[in-house]
Design a protein around this ligand. Sequence first.
Ligand SMILES: [Zn+2]
Length: 301
Amino acid sequence: MKNRALKRLIYSLSVLVVLLSYFPGTSYGSIKTDTILNNGGFKIKTIIVDPGHGGKPTGTGHFSHGASGSFSQERNVTLAIALKLQKAIEKDMPGVNAVLTRTTEDDVSFERRAEIANENKGNIFVSIHCNSLSDRRVREQVGTKHHKAVYRTVTVPDRSGRGVLLLIYGLHRSKEEEKTIVHNQVEEDSGMDAGLDPDDPITVILTNEYKRKFRQQSIKLATLINNEFTETDGRQSEGLREQGIYVLCHTAMPSVLVETGYINNPKDEEYLNSEDGQNEIVSSIVRALLNYKSAVENVSQ
Ligand SMILES: [Zn+2]
């Protein structure tokens, strides 16, 4: 009982910090407006790099094979880009550790990827994918019968997709994300190990605050990456979109999925498989990460 009362006190203090942060214009001594995420000089220490898909499934859970181009597979392209991105982060972002969710050709389940991200206490999650358009169904005339045209339906590849697309988690999946936030972030920051009641109003307030921040920060990071692709590399872009994606909903950190190009478009496929293309993609993501890092770290100054 005593322990419970103490936990309640620690918890209430956390809530007070959140509530105070709603009044940024007022001075509360050393309490800063972004205290909830910038506890005493928040620093980005770990970036999770997630190469989408894979070959042979390992372990249990949900897997997805990925798209194919005319001479390459999405799963190989994403691994090549992710390995380069890991190296570039460790070279150009001193003090930042880059953790891969998959290092071999074998596939890792969505569940395990999210676990790796949370276990390693990632501050940012970047998932690397390639886009692809499904085949189109078209009707074509094959002849005539009794003076009437005869048609058949055929599927033809649609290679018209081009350029990048940035995805952040969709709001319709936010219940699942809330559970992860309660489990990882809120319990840790409030000094409580386990057993938070997700329906407790205090938990709801804290979780909503984290959710708001993570969504805001995901949009901020996605915008920075998109701008680098379009302004520096001159790539075509479909912009930012919200979508319910398992790994993005289960990571308690700002998360962005980068569709680096259309693997079933001949020009994009060539670019995605070239050393120059992969290096350009990696450099753009690293520049965006550096800008994002200085922006969020400066909030706590
Ligand atoms: Zn994919």
